[in-house]
Design a protein around this ligand. Sequence first.
Ligand SMILES: NC(=O)C1=CN([C@@H]2O[C@H](COP(=O)(O)OP(=O)(O)OC[C@H]3O[C@@H](n4cnc5c(N)ncnc54)[C@H](OP(=O)(O)O)[C@@H]3O)[C@@H](O)[C@H]2O)C=CC1
Ligand SMILES: N[C@@H](CC=O)C(=O)O
Length: 413
Amino acid sequence: MIAIAVLGHGTVGSGVLEVFNKNHESIIQKAGEDMEIRYVLDRRDFPDVPYHDKFVKDFDVILNDPEVRVVVEVLGGLNPAYDFVRRCLEAGKNVVTSNKELVAAKGAELLAIAREKNVNFLFEASVGGGIPILRPLSQCLSANQIVEIAGILNGTTNFILTKMFREGMAFADALALAQQLGYAERDPSADVEGGDACRKVCILASLAYGRHVNPEDVHTEGITHITAEDVRYADAWGGVIKLIGRVKKLEDGRLFAMVSPAFISRESQLATVDDVFNGILVRGDALGDVVFYGRGAGKLPTASAVVADVIDAVKHLKARKYIFWEPAKDGYVCDYLEVPAAMFVRIAARNRAEALRSVHGLLGSVTEVVAPGVENEAAFITPTLPEGEIARALQALQALDYTILSTIRVLDY
Ligand SMILES: NC(=O)C1=CN([C@@H]2O[C@H](COP(=O)(O)OP(=O)(O)OC[C@H]3O[C@@H](n4cnc5c(N)ncnc54)[C@H](OP(=O)(O)O)[C@@H]3O)[C@@H](O)[C@H]2O)C=CC1
Ligand SMILES: N[C@@H](CC=O)C(=O)O
């Protein structure tokens, strides 16, 4: 009998218990071993659940039980999750986690401990919720050089954008609904300011290219400044606005990585990814493009990925699954200002023709975008130029007394 402990009984933890109990027969059949969830650690009591007798408050009870071979960490946050996970791995226990903050910050170190102790450290649910993405990336696509990864990686912001711009819901109401549905992080600014998608980009980049990428090195913008006018312009241009996380290997071996809102053409495979769904495009040199699509957050979808990792860990108790990446290195992620981009720009302007003449003088030939009913401003898409050049031209425009109302990247996926 393999004993399992679950740290955290919130949205994901309670989902893990639900899926494990509901599908117990088929789960043990697939794992090839009998398994039980012996402990659930949480600071609260849950007297009404049928497994109320499994709750403990003292982590050492779990750490000191030699029959606990797999520990599921679904507490969230860095502390005490990092301390608990490190001590479990050092004690020779396998660990499964959905905690992207932990993996993005400490992945290289925890994978090194797992390798040294010959145990599994698995984190499929940390990217894309219930979507299988990390296992396909490290196994099914392993014959490819990964050219690029780009996608909608945060369910909460995609849900908010969909509710706001399809149903006219206010930002705060859409966020409150996402929180109620269990999609948002404990601190939802991580969702709306792009930090959660950034952590996922870091995990994808680390796994795809074999070296740890720190969130601090990835330029990150969220969705809080996106307005209804921006969406009207996107619509007039022929597209939608999505929060896109991306990473690409450059010819000189460095990486380019970024999280930002972007105009995406209606023809793009990512344009129709709505609500809590995520869509992740992986471009391999042999395969070409493959897109992974599904529910990116929520109790049962996330639990589905966590429990699958538990099964995988139990199947690989003797021969651990080989996942590893090198520690981070200074200068590995390039400055985003070096990289070419096309930018949608709105400026306040009473005289549109005059404003566009100034813009042409600074940026060359731009494409004007007109949104029906939006007045006293000019909007255009810049040519594809290094972002630093665009930024300097926009500064020069401000020096001519034009106010920049918004800048949104235009991407072609
Ligand atoms: N929700 C989702 O859709 C997804 C979440 N994730 C990740 O999974 C992890 C868990 O998320 P989620 O389930 O939503 O979070 P919740 O906040 O719903 O659950 C966390 C649970 O752990 C408890 N807890 C936290 N710290 C401690 C502690 N030190 N000691 C004892 N109990 C503790 C919390 O108690 P209390 O509430 O009293 O603080 C809560 O019951 C996070 O890393 C999240 O980013 C990943 C993919 C999807
Ligand atoms: N808050 C996250 C949860 C899943 O990772 C999201 O909304 O995507």
